[in-house]
Ligand binder design. Structure first.
Ligand code: ZN
Length: 198
């Protein structure tokens, strides 16, 4: 039974759809917003209104920004002749940027090939990638280490064909700070195959 007004109930319902928030955390978040109306609720409402109007998808790489081309594609210090990193979605691009990997550019696929879910090559931004690829020296396939991710990487490698540019993928192995004893067999055997000379 609803014990709060429809405006509050709707807010809880909407927030509970966010990743990482269930109904319980959403209720706590809404209560917190109500208690901090001036410091949090009003600025959040204003920020949401502004973001709704400003947000757009980059016409070149598929990143999310308030301008298109996005700040990364528009940055002349990131040469169009260098490294193009292919990711599944914007969260991966942002993760790589946070890692500070340098003057690279990106291409967001918008997902991975998954025949079971009905996702084929036409549902992803693969043709646009093939059109961009020849300008770059190296294409890094930074897709997830899942079956679908690796299938997608193989498909793209086939479509790119032999010759320039060079196509690479991320190494699979021991995480920084990780203990061997805790790793699954697949990760350990991949790490051994991808060993490097000291
Ligand atoms: Zn872009």
């Amino acid at each position: 039974m609803a014990f709060a007004g429809p405006e509050i109930e709707q807010l809880i319902q909407l927030l509970s759809r966010l990743p990482g928030l269930g109904p319980r955390s959403a209720r706590r978040a809404v209560l917190h917003l109500i208690k901090k109306k001036d410091q949090l609720m009003i600025p959040l409402s204003t920020a949401l209104d502004r973001a709704v109007i400003a947000v757009r998808s980059c016409e070149i790489c598929g990143n999310v920004d308030t301008q298109s081309p996005c700040a990364i594609c528009a940055d002349p210090r990131r040469a169009e002749t260098g490294m193009l990193i292919v990711v599944e979605d914007v969260a991966d691009l942002w993760a790589l940027e946070r890692a500070g990997i340098g003057a690279v550019r990106y291409h967001v696929l918008g997902g991975v090939l998954s025949p079971l879910d009905g996702v084929g090559p036409d549902d992803l931004s693969i043709e646009a990638l093939l059109a961009r690829a020849p300008q770059y020296r190296e294409i890094v396939l930074a897709v997830n280490a899942t079956v679908e991710g690796q299938t997608t990487a193989h498909y793209i490698t086939d479509r790119l064909g032999p010759g320039a540019p060079k196509v690479t993928r991320l190494a699979h192995g021991v995480p920084v700070g990780g203990e061997l004893d805790y790793l699954d067999e697949g990760t350990l055997s991949q790490a051994l195959k991808a060993r490097t000379q000291i």
